[in-house]
Design a protein around this ligand. Structure first.
Ligand code: NAD
Length: 503
């Protein structure tokens, strides 16, 4: 059952605040196309207030502040947030499903991951205390050296709409664990649960200014955050085009960035597989989250000897996918996030047709759904490597298929892309899987599966999919600065210059 969207303000310095310009953005339920609420729209004026609050909360050298609190103290807050997320799980999951269209079961899974991510980084925050002053061995006995790990400072976190709360928390949890203070700018297309996170932070008494949440448009709220001189780092997840703009803005101030960008990931299916198991992973790899996953394995490379039979299997599995309102029981595919995305995806499909590709199944709105931004799971074959559908990220439920004859050909086709986020291989021959693992030009490899993601393991890409790694200890390191401390411990003078006292 649908629930009302709470009316919230911006979250600055631990308080709800109206945006300075009083603007708001409508929230549209993608399953019904109806306006179901609104969110505040921050502008540069609000960014100033949030950065100021974050800087004060960081307040280096003042003693009682977030950055110099022990990791154990920060961990207590992270655990309290995790507990509240779990307590509110069912409401948060419904809000997420209504806001971005993902099936309720998937949204509920996201909320478990959100709580798990806070718990995980609470552990790492505690572990950080013991890692301070790690000795560095030197080749000269007259010196000793150690390393301090310090928070980078105030960080700007800019995130997309496909996992609205989870993508935000992949950044918020490690940033806070490291001792940074933060300004989060979620996507204007799905910000509702991030504002609920603000409410959770208020409830657990997170010190004011440690986390500020500004909803709003990319060019009005994201851009001033990215270029702000008092923001020490930007961590961004989103499209390659926006990532490039953010990097350009940050470059003016030599500000560090980490970028998690788009993808066009391959899944390679060999002739020795169990067809049903391989078909289910292929479908999950592309159509989970309504096909809107950065790492979606949306290019299927299947061995030519099983291609026809495998395509038939895929079509049979797809017929069983329940396409419905995300809140309906058993929903496995909801609407895409917005009218803009809906049009864009249908345009990708019609261009593929006009370029000579064949629509094996789907390609249009499901007949039983008259409203909402629904698109059937779509398979496209007879694709050439120069076609747009093979080269560009669709970010919707569309799988393109090509066949291969040899392992070498599969590797060449898999790597024939500007992107390098995910990759998958399905085969019973584990030595072959290992060869492909080494050959894939990607930050993530799945063997005999596609998409599972654990907050303990590193996440990120290469080529135009970005750089830097989130999650695991790599995620924490994103927000830490390493300080070398070297001490002269000999009683002897240094003795490089002639001493005036000996003249
Ligand atoms: P997007 O680039 O349009 O927007 C992402 C965020 O950037 C939003 O908050 C937006 O408001 C903000 N933004 C837009 N213009 C800006 C500007 N000029 N300055 C600062 N901020 C600005 O991306 P999207 O459509 O929200 O998300 C889809 C994209 O995200 C896809 O390309 C997908 O592959 C990628 N993605 C990547 C990962 C990953 O882990 N690599 C995960 C999820 C999504």
């Amino acid at each position: 059952m649908a629930i009302p969207i709470p009316t919230r303000q911006l979250f600055i310095n631990g308080e709800w605040k109206d945006p300075v310009l009083k603007k708001r953005i409508p929230v549209i339920n993608p399953a019904t196309e109806q306006v179901v609420g609104d969110i505040p729209a921050a502008t540069a004026e609000d960014v100033e207030l949030a950065v100021d609050a974050a800087r004060k909360a960081l307040a280096r050298n003042k003693g009682k502040d977030w950055s110099s609190a022990s990791g154990a103290v920060r961990a207590k807050y992270l655990r309290a947030i995790a507990a509240k997320i779990t307590e509110r799980k069912s409401v948060l999951a419904k809000l997420e499903a209504i806001d971005c269209g993902k099936p309720l079961d998937e949204a509920a899974w996201d909320m478990d991951d959100v709580a798990g991510c806070f718990e995980y980084y609470a552990d790492l925050a505690e572990g950080l205390d013991a890692k301070q002053k790690a000795p560095v061995s030197l080749p000269m006995e007259t010196f000793k050296s150690y390393v301090l790990k310090e928070p980078i400072g105030v960080v700007g976190l800019i995130t997309p709409w496909n996992y609205p709360l989870l993508m935000a928390v992949w950044k918020v949890a490690p940033a806070l664990a490291a001792g940074c203070t933060a300004i989060l700018k979620p996507s204007e297309l799905a910000s509702v649960t991030c504002l609920e996170l603000a409410d959770v932070c208020r409830e657990v008494g997170l010190p004011p200014g440690v986390l500020n949440i500004l909803t709003g448009l990319g060019h009005e709220a994201g851009a001033p955050l990215a270029s702000h001189p008092h923001v020490d780092k930007i961590a961004f997840t989103g499209s390659t085009a926006t990532g490039s703009k953010i990097m350009t803005a940050a470059a003016q101030l030599v500000k560090p960035v980490s970028l998690e960008l788009g993808g066009k990931s391959p899944i390679v299916v060999f002739e020795d597989v169990d067809l049903d198991k391989a078909a289910e992973w292929t479908i999950f790899g592309c159509f989970w989250t309504n096909g809107q996953i950065c790492s979606a394995t949306s290019r299927l490379l299947v061995h030519e000897s099983i291609a026809a039979e495998f395509l038939e299997k895929l079509v049979k599995w797809i017929k069983n996918i329940k396409i419905s309102d995300p809140l309906a029981e058993g929903c496995r595919l909801g609407p895409v996030v917005s009218g803009g995305q809906y049009e864009k995806i249908l345009k990708f499909i019609s261009t593929a047709k006009s370029e000579g590709a064949k629509i094996v199944c789907g390609g249009k709105r499901p007949e039983h759904l008259k409203r909402g931004f629904f698109i059937e799971p779509t398979i496209i074959s007879d694709v050439t490597t120069s076609m747009q559908i093979w080269r560009e990220e669709v970010f919707g439920p569309v799988l393109s298929v090509k066949t291969f004859g040899s392992e070498e050909e599969a590797i060449e086709l898999a790597n024939d892309t500007h992107y390098g986020l995910g990759s998958a291989v399905i085969s019973k021959d584990l030595e072959r899987c290992e060869r492909l693992t080494k050959a894939f030009q990607a930050g993530i490899v799945w063997i005999n599966c596609s998409q599972p993601c654990f907050c303990q393991a590193p996440w990120g890409g290469m080529k135009r999919s970005g750089f830097g790694r989130e999650l695991g200890e790599w995620g924490l390191n994103n927000y830490l600065s390493v300080k070398q401390v070297t001490q002269y411990i000999s009683d002897e003078p240094w003795g490089w210059y002639a001493s005036p006292s000996k003249l």
